[in-house]
Ligand binder design. Structure first.
Ligand SMILES: *Cc1c(COP(=O)(O)O)cnc(C)c1O
Length: 427
């Protein structure tokens, strides 16, 4: 034990901070056990899909140009479809990020005159411009797609009465975001999402339901695609890339919806047939293989953070004992100084760029200044240990990722160390 304490001192963690961390970890055995069991189940699920689709070395070959007959790419899409239990999947490096994947899914399946409904409050910040909630060239609004939103009730549950009223003859697609994103509402469980899907489809069976699954993959043993989502969408530089995918996004769902997504992503008539992989397949396959384990490490970090900061008197979402449906941990630190110190701690704990000092800046797509800490192998990857804090009320910092539990642990300890050194918390 003394050796571990010493190595943490070498990293800049004082004994007081270290000991508080150990005390908290010793109370988390059963939580961590549950996370490990989910991870074990999901590992088996991924392995089974890889075995069923006879993954072999030819699937790792690079293709160039048009990318016709790219067996590695096509087979990976079968693996994804099997893991998510869907008819089809689109998993591509040409999908540049999560926002892009969601944009493809929405714009492929909404036509002029259609209405998009968000029945569970506002969407992720970057989607405001995609939808046209904030004016932007090429928004869905500009193409004649209208938008309606029903906010959550006070207690964070779905407002079924007003959702029913909001569904009309124009309503075509319903978007549900699993993760809280930059909000302090609870993240929805897959079961809750399933209930909402059943409800909207009971009113209008032909509705297409899309779930923004960012940060949710492999946190539970089921996914939104298991409970009726027609499209489930996410980013490969979050959970399903396992930290190895250097770019990419996925859309899994019905053949009909995914076909349209492929036509939108490339071109009508071309669809899924084009899109060279440029040698990225080993990272996509291996990352997906590692994803259940990596996600579990990140979850342990989130649970640890919740317990540390709740102990110190801060409001944390989810709280220290709640069950988890995504890997994000929000901590309401109550001041800009604390957000900045927290993020500097996360940065200082990183394997890459540990010596740089993050500063708040006006990031494109966000409507307030944001400070971000990330010392990642893949730029902007948020399955790697990272923290974001929009500099606005309630001064909450959003912490996520960690390719290993031990790194996530160090990050949290270092955040606390920085707050402690600056006199912003008392231990
Ligand atoms: C990250 C995220 C997105 C957008 O993904 P980017 O890759 O940052 O474009 C959308 N929705 C949610 C809930 C997210 O967490």
């Amino acid at each position: 034990m003394t050796d571990i304490k010493q190595i943490y001192e070498t990293l800049g963690i004082c004994p007081k901070v270290y000991e508080l961390g150990e005390e908290i970890i010793s109370s988390l055995d059963s939580r961590f056990g549950e996370i490990d069991r989910i991870s074990e189940y999901n590992q088996a699920k991924v392995l089974h899909a890889m075995q069923k689709n006879r993954v072999n070395a030819t699937h790792f070959a690079a293709t160039t140009g048009y990318g016709y007959n790219d067996f590695g790419r096509d087979n990976l899409e079968k693996v994804y479809a099997d893991v998510f239990h869907t008819e089809a999947a689109l998993v591509r490096p040409q999908i540049t990020c999560g926002t892009h994947a969601l944009t493809v899914a929405l714009s492929a399946n909404l036509l002029p005159g259609d209405e998009l409904l968000s029945p569970a409050g506002g969407p992720y910040d970057t989607l405001e411009e995609v939808i046209g909630i904030r004016e932007s060239p090429c928004s869905l609004k500009e193409y004649g797609v209208s938008y309606r939103q029903v906010d959550l009730l006070e207690d964070g549950t779905f407002d079924y009465e007003n959702i029913a009223k909001a569904i009309n003859e124009k309503t075509k697609l319903v978007t549900i975001q699993r993760s809280k994103g930059y909000k302090t509402r609870p993240t929805f469980s897959v079961k809750q999402i399933g209930e909402l899907i059943a409800f909207v489809k009971s009113i209008k069976p032909e509705l297409i339901v899309m779930v923004d699954n960012c940060y949710g993959e492999f946190v539970e043993t089921i996914e939104p695609s298991d409970v009726g989502a027609d499209m489930t969408v996410g980013s490969l530089i979050k959970n399903p890339g396992g930290g190895l995918a250097p770019i990419g996004g996925y859309i899994v769902g019905t053949q009909k919806c995914v076909d349209r997504c492929a036509y939108r992503l490339s071109a009508p008539g071309l669809g899924q047939e084009v899109g060279a992989n440029l040698g990225i397949m080993p990272a996509f396959y291996q990352g997906f293989f590692l994803a259940p384990t990596v996600t579990a490490g990140a979850l342990k970090g989130a649970v640890f953070a919740a317990n540390v900061y709740e102990r110190l008197g801060f409001r944390v979402v989810p709280n220290s004992t709640e069950s988890r449906h995504d890997i994000i941990q929000a901590v309401e630190l109550g001041s800009a100084e604390r957000i900045i110190a927290f993020c500097r701690g996360i940065q200082a704990a990183a394997p890459v760029d540990s010596y740089v000092t993050p500063e708040p800046w006006a990031m494109p797509g966000y409507d307030s200044e944001v400070i971000m800490a990330a010392g990642a192998f893949v730029q902007g990857s948020s399955i790697e240990l990272s923290a974001d804090g929009p500099i606005r009320e309630p001064y909450a910092v959003y912490f996520q990722g960690g390719l290993t539990w031990y790194h996530a642990k160090l990050g949290i300890l270092m955040s606390l160390q920085k707050l402690y050194e600056a006199g912003l918390v008392e231990l």
